[in-house]
Design a protein around this ligand. Sequence first.
Ligand SMILES: [Fe+2]
Ligand SMILES: [Fe+2]
Length: 343
Amino acid sequence: MKELDLRAVPVNERSPDKIINAWKELNQGEALRLINDHDPKPLRYMFQIEFKDSFAWEYKQQGPEVWIVEIKKIKAAAPLSDEQKAKREELKQILKKLHEAKPEELNAVKKEAQKYFREVEPKELAMAEQELIQEGTTRTEMKRLCDVHLEVMKGNLGVKAKKLRLPASHPITICKDEHKIIKRNLRRLKALAEKLKQAGSFEKAKKHLDILKELSHFFLETEKHHAREEKAIFPRLKAHGVIEPPLIFEEDHVEFMARKKVLNELALAENKGDYREFLGKISPVIEFLTTNLTDHIYKEDNILYPMAYETLDKDEWKEVRKKFDAIGYCCFAPADLKKKKRS
Ligand SMILES: [Fe+2]
Ligand SMILES: [Fe+2]
């Protein structure tokens, strides 16, 4: 493997061009090993802008004294054609329009957007979002924007996503199967919220409160699912230059965890006091989870997973599966996976 040890080079002579040129000379599949005395993050951004899908960035050591990174050439760099560039610009404009639309204009803009989204590949959408963030749209704004275009896209991307037919042992299938179970329990939780409202007192709600305990425990168990996404799939996406979408999903996970803990605390509390007060606390938590976690899953099934499937190669998916097994599965995992967990 080609190696460049920058520690021996005076700081003012460490030009990124030298590194980029050395990398350009590599054949497909080869990697450049870079050794440095600080994190070469800015270089990574340069690679992202210039080589996008053609490189994989993998830290072998991250400080505190020495940073070692391997920059692999995944495929020969193919710059975006003028047509692709124009398409991406168009997509960015429509995303911006959706974001900036006044409430009275929103319906018309949504209609227009639908036309574009019908054609768009999940990965292209993610890259357009990433560019918008790099150009200054904040991640919070992007998240709000995601919710609007999610609404527009429902029904459009779904058709494309169904084409992904993978074996049961594939990490994506495992996650999607888990999603089905999570969604089923989200529906149960939603129905339960209604019953809790109708019950009117702790006494009358006893049966429902027992189900609430069971469900809140279930949702805590889903953490392993999120952990596998974060630790096995996301780092690989990031190494391929897909940085922003995983960050948005990670932020969601943090918010869900906080709510799941509150749900669990409320479910296990000695429920005696004011029933109205209890409802006032638990209803918004349930509302948040049933709405946002359902949308999160939709985005993963229809955008993030298809994009990850396109981005990672076969060997990487094998590694993802190994990491899945190492992290472990939820109590509701398919039987053959649970056996694996025990052995
Ligand atoms: Fe997730
Ligand atoms: Fe998920």
